[in-house]
Design a binder for this molecule. Structure first.
Ligand SMILES: C[S@@+](CC[C@H](N)C(=O)[O-])C[C@H]1O[C@@H](n2cnc3c(N)ncnc32)[C@H](O)[C@@H]1O
Length: 266
């Protein structure tokens, strides 16, 4: 199984709690060019009625709802799920019990009856699922007729300047020049959703990062799988490379490629 879908690593290390994910959110929050914010942009696309039943898969620490707290209609009934109990605990601590119901659930086997939800949201998580067809058929099953599915992800060019920096430091790392490749991304999402949903559309979010500090960018890299292979000395050496680049260029520009697929059950 590829690095994106290694269940043991994801559940017991990467997403055991929100620490690693938090380092990545932090980089975007501090250095994004578009002040609007991705989660607010995602929320803008929801076309849901009063009293909607909403399910989020892989909710992580609940960032989507924290970013939109003031404008969530009081009548929505929102169920937040994640396969990591640690992540769900973090979401519960940050969002409280009043507006949300929480349940540990793997997206490949949803513990809900057929036709339960008006909307299902999968925010940056479908690329982690080993059997994506099974998950998509589960999502379809739990949606009401003409229910909406919203799935965000990244594209091939996302943070490509950072990948180039990593290759500069470790030139023998595989994949150089190929762009990012993940099981569910902007470039290959449509064809995977089409067998399960109708009216599949994709919208992209315009942004970029202008990074001015070495440590948050280094923390981003160390929070990923690469971080588990690095000694302290290697970490220091990579952080120094970022410092040198910043001294030479002033800021590090990072391209972002982010977007959302919207689809309907029928
Ligand atoms: C990149 S984080 C995204 C968190 C959140 N959706 C956000 O965008 O802020 C991916 C999340 O998906 C969860 N996840 C990964 N595989 C999953 C699966 N098979 N079923 C449910 N959740 C899963 C992880 O535990 C993690 O919280």
């Amino acid at each position: 199984m590829d690095a994106y879908r290694d269940q043991n690593y994801l559940l017991n290390r990467q997403y055991q709690d929100a620490t690693n994910f938090g380092a990545r959110v932090d980089l975007h929050r501090r250095f994004r060019v578009n002040p609007y914010g991705f989660h607010r942009w995602v929320f803008d696309h929801f076309t849901l009625n009063e009293g909607s039943q909403v399910l989020e898969l892989g909710c992580g620490p609940g960032g989507l709802w924290r970013s939109n707290h003031q404008r969530i209609p009081a009548s929505w009934q929102i169920t937040l799920t994640d396969f990591s109990p640690g992540m769900l605990q973090e979401a519960r601590a940050l969002l409280g019990e009043e507006r949300f119901t929480y349940q540990v659930a793997d997206a490949q086997a949803l513990p809900f009856a057929d036709g339960s939800f008006d909307a299902v949201i999968a925010n940056h998580m479908l690329y982690h699922i080993p059997d994506l067809k099974r998950a998509l058929s589960e999502i379809r099953r739990v949606l009401k007729p003409s229910g909406h599915f919203y799935a965000t992800t990244f594209g091939r060019e996302h943070l490509r300047e950072l990948d180039e920096l990593i290759w500069k430091q470790w030139p023998h790392r595989p994949g150089k020049g190929l762009g990012k490749s993940a099981p569910f991304m902007l470039e290959n999402g449509q064809e995977q959703l089409a067998p399960f949903f109708t009216q599949v559309t994709l919208e992209t979010y315009e942004d970029a990062l202008e990074v001015t500090e070495a440590e948050p960018l280094a923390a981003y890299v160390f929070s990923g799988r690469l971080g588990s292979f690095l000694t302290q000395e290697m970490r220091e050496s990579f952080t120094n490379l970022i410092r040198q680049e910043l001294a030479a260029r002033g800021t590090l520009h990072l391209t972002t490629a982010l977007g959302m697929f919207e689809a309907q059950k029928a």
